[in-house]
Design a protein around this ligand. Structure first.
Ligand code: HEC
Length: 199
């Protein structure tokens, strides 16, 4: 059976979204709450930095020598500024309280996992990065992408990571992880999961 990957992604109905962070879903809400008044085209743009212009952020703020360095949150000026003491000149958000620790951690996780803008619509570069930086999970499970079919006959191409609590963890090519209940899989896919988990 030949399966169109993009069709499958768009119509992917089983499982829940895994832990992969992206800008639009996870970081943008923080920017909107804490940075908007000074860094958005719809308000004001200070320091040439507009967080509501996604292409701008992707093309000019994210890169090996830019303020957001994929895979390297520690050396990203973007993060360094958030970690300064509120009194220091470069501290952000300017004249406001620091971000919550959890928010900063999420931003670090976003950058360390490749600083992807939108995991549903990745550029080639981003797809490459997402794959490269998908973390520890990249080294476990099956090395190759396999076809998985659910009971409704829908399929995805994904790597097997593990089985736990009756769920199989799959890694898609875009770096997203899905937890899929074993019972929602077709017989053959269920067998495939059991075999790979060594049961
Ligand atoms: C009250 C206004 C204000 C707020 C709020 C604010 N900034 Fe800024 N930001 C500035 C100004 C002014 C500059 C330019 C001067 C500078 O670089 O320090 C700047 C510059 C920056 C730069 C440097 C850009 C570059 O190209 O070097 C970063 C990164 C940044 N801000 C991040 C943030 C983040 C993240 C937030 C929200 C958590 C935020 N800022 C909130 C005023 C603000």
């Amino acid at each position: 059976m030949r399966i169109s990957f993009s069709f499958v992604l768009a119509s992917f109905v089983f499982g829940t979204i895994g832990s992969a962070v992206d800008y639009k879903q996870d970081i943008l809400p923080i920017m909107k709450e804490r940075c908007w008044e000074c860094h958005a085209n719809e308000k004001k743009v200070k320091g040439n930095l507009a967080f509501d212009d996604f292409d701008e952020v992707r093309d000019y703020q994210i890169g090996k020598y830019n303020i957001i360095r994929p895979g390297n949150a520690a050396e990203s000026n973007f993060v360094e500024r958030l970690l300064l003491e509120p009194g220091e000149t470069d501290f952000m958000p300017r004249k406001a309280d620091p971000l919550a620790k959890k928010e900063i951690e999420l931003i670090q996780k976003w950058i360390d996992s490749g600083a992807i803008i939108d995991r549903e619509k990745m550029t080639e570069d981003e797809a490459e990065r997402a794959k490269e930086m998908s973390g520890d999970s990249a080294s476990e499970g099956s090395p190759e992408y396999l076809i998985w079919i659910n009971k409704k006959g829908k399929g995805i191409e994904a790597r097997f990571l593990s089985v736990a609590d009756g769920k199989v963890k799959l890694l898609l090519k875009n770096g997203k992880q899905y937890d899929v209940p074993l019972t929602s899989l077709s017989g053959a896919s269920m067998e495939q999961a059991k075999k790979l988990s060594g049961d």
